[in-house]
Structures are given as C-alpha cells and as structure tokens.
Design a protein. Structure first.
Length: 91
C-alpha cells in the first residue's frame, strides 16, 4: 500500500490539492506499483520513482471510456528501471 508521502508527491505532480482524491489515487498508485514490480523493477526503486508512478497514475486517471492505456513514456521508463539495481538508487 502506498504511503502518504508518495500519495502527496503524486498529487503534486498531477496538480491536485486537497484530500478528496486520496483514496482513488491510493488505489491507482498501488496498481502502478504492482505493475512496475511485476515488470522486474525492485520495490525500492519503484517506491523512489514518484515521477514514473505519477505518469502511470495519470494514464489510469485519464482513461477514455474505459480504454485504459499506459503511455509510451511509462512503458519505456519502467523497462529502464527494471535494469537498475537498488544500489544505484541509494548512491
């Protein structure tokens, strides 16, 4: 489950304020994190990638009549992050 700090970072990146959308964003953040870790991104790197998470959440948020599709940037960035080690993020 996404922590409050991550939710706040995603809200900032998406231009949201207030707490009305927190529950929905939390669900979407969890889905994006699950996607990223299933794609081979370590949990540490995924949690440190608020910008990528925000992009994925935005892609889910802006679905077109239920036709949800991640952006090419999101796919490319997740692929790149899957090759990074947690050591690279810590240094």
């Amino acid at each position: 489950m996404a922590d409050a700090t991550l939710i706040e970072k995603v809200k900032t990146a998406m231009g949201f304020s207030g707490d009305e959308v927190n529950q929905t964003l939390s669900i979407y953040v969890d889905e994006v994190l699950d996607y990223m870790t299933n794609a081979g991104v370590s949990k540490e790197i995924a949690l440190a990638s608020a910008g990528v998470i925000a992009r994925g959440v935005s892609d889910l948020w802006d679905n077109d009549g239920g036709a949800v599709k991640f952006s090419p940037f999101f796919y490319d960035r997740v692929a790149q992050l899957s090759y990074k080690s947690a050591y690279e993020v810590a240094t």
